[in-house]
Write a protein that binds this ligand. Structure first.
Ligand code: MN
Length: 228
């Protein structure tokens, strides 16, 4: 058997302190998971069940990468997020056991074509074209959980051209990491290689070509990208 054209090279991300790489299977993203961000998006900040959307695995951009300003939008937004890397298969895992499935953590940016997302939201249509486009998932190297411990109350921040735009704590997550893992694993089988972008705090805004975006979560290696 041979393929009619070469299959995709497995997308992967660097692991801090190692030459091994983390192969990416799927990218799950959580919507509306910090109350102040839910409010700035004009939504009800009550604790509704979390919902998820997806990005293609090959939307990953490595740290230091240049992101071409995407097509179809006049309103590209940054969203700094704590990214959880899954290292085990998890099926209907209980919250108290959910942290066992964590391989590690990274800092990511959920790049969003906000105008397309909002048009879709108003029309009751899927968000995909607002969220799941080429280069839409920058991610810094993954730190193994053995090194970091479980991240529950870290500063999460983002700056554009050196000016701080987002600044919050991961303890403000409406649905925390083990809860998200548990809920996801009741809906699908989580697999090694899955990434979960856990949601963004308040302060999202538009960026343009030439902007330099940097961000961090606690002591994790920060993310740095440039829009070109
Ligand atoms: Mn997001």
């Amino acid at each position: 058997m041979s393929f009619v054209f070469p299959p995709i090279k497995t997308p992967s991300i660097a692991i801090e302190g190692s030459s091994d790489r983390f192969p990416i299977r799927r990218i799950f993203c959580v919507g509306r998971n910090y109350a102040k961000h839910v409010k700035e998006m004009g939504q009800d900040p009550e604790r509704h069940p979390p919902f998820f959307f997806f990005k293609p695995a090959d939307a990953i951009v490595e740290n230091g990468g240049k992101v071409p300003y995407p097509t179809l939008t006049k309103e590209l937004h940054y969203e700094i997020e704590l990214v959880v890397a899954i290292g085990k298969e998890l099926n209907a895992v209980e919250v108290k056991n959910a942290n066992d499935g964590i391989f590690g953590y990274a800092v990511g940016i959920d790049l969003t074509r906000r105008d397309i997302q909002m048009d879709a939201m108003r029309a009751g249509m899927p968000w995909d074209f607002g969220k799941a486009f080429d280069h839409s998932a920058p991610c810094a190297p993954i730190h193994r959980v053995e090194e970091t411990g479980f991240i529950e109350d870290a500063r999460i921040w983002l700056a554009v051209n050196g000016e701080t735009k987002q600044d919050a704590k991961t303890s403000e997550l409406i649905w925390n990491v083990p809860e998200l893992i548990s809920i996801l694993s009741h809906g699908i089988s989580l697999k090694p290689g899955d990434l979960i972008y856990t949601g963004t705090p308040a302060g999202v805004d538009a960026i343009v070509a030439g902007d330099v975006i940097s961000g961090g979560v606690g002591n994790l290696t920060g993310i740095d990208i440039e829009i070109v």
